[in-house]
Design a protein around this ligand. Structure first.
Ligand code: 3PG
Length: 210
């Protein structure tokens, strides 16, 4: 199950971070991602609208792969899965959330920033992790260094990833997809300019074409 999710994310190559300003925008925003060729939404718990937004996307935009972002607690993990999420992403290596996900066979991308975090993921049998905050923690250079001791690990770099550097990250063998807020420009989201969101997604996809 977890592997299926990673394969799906790798096919798309981009994982947009979605922090909802309102419940109402969940469906049009998800449809805009899908229209732009990026049928994935990492809906974050940074917004009080996360759960209701997830449910609406699950019910109204079923073609979008729904994952929960900024998961800090097992309680949030339970609520996210209940709301239709098929995967969880944490900002840091949170043992409680990771262990809950493994026990319940839910895909988990734990946040890792340094080798000791990656080791914890590796020791639990995980072979995929988020790398955050990517740019601040050495970006492409750090990922190249991690590929030595952690040759089997694949990463989702986020944090400072943009249309300017996404292709550099994607050129690395140990990066399966890039993530971040860049496919959902905040101004476009505020204005409800869903065409602009689709356009940002199209640009991201075009960059990642081999
Ligand atoms: C995350 O949680 O993945 C980051 O906050 C995304 O960072 P970005 O806004 O720089 O893409």
């Amino acid at each position: 199950m977890a592997d299926d999710l990673i394969t799906g994310l790798a096919e798309v190559g981009v994982v947009p971070l979605v922090t909802l300003n309102s419940v109402e925008e969940a469906v049009p925003l998800a449809r805009a991602l899908e229209a732009g060729g990026v049928p994935v939404a990492e809906v974050t718990f940074r917004s009080p609208h996360a759960i209701e937004g997830m449910k609406r996307i699950r019910d109204m935009v079923p073609g979008v792969t729904l994952i929960a972002g900024t998961v800090h607690t097992p309680e949030q993990a339970v609520a996210a899965v209940d709301a239709g999420c098929t995967g969880l992403v944490t900002p840091a290596f949170d043992e409680d959330v990771v262990d809950w996900a493994l026990e319940h066979d839910i895909a988990i991308l734990p946040g890792t920033a340094v080798p000791s975090d990656v080791e914890k993921a590796y020791d639990r049998g995980l072979r995929y992790a988020k790398f955050f905050p990517a740019e601040a923690y050495g970006g492409v250079k750090t990922l190249k260094a991690l590929s030595g001791p952690f040759a089997e690990m694949g990463f989702l770099p986020t944090g400072g990833v943009s249309l300017d550097n996404a292709a550099d990250y994607m050129s690395l063998a140990n990066v399966f997809a890039v993530g971040g807020s860049f496919p959902v420009p905040s101004q476009a989201q505020k204005q409800g300019d869903w065409n602009a969101v689709s356009e940002a997604c199209r640009k991201a996809r075009a960059l990642l074409e081999p």
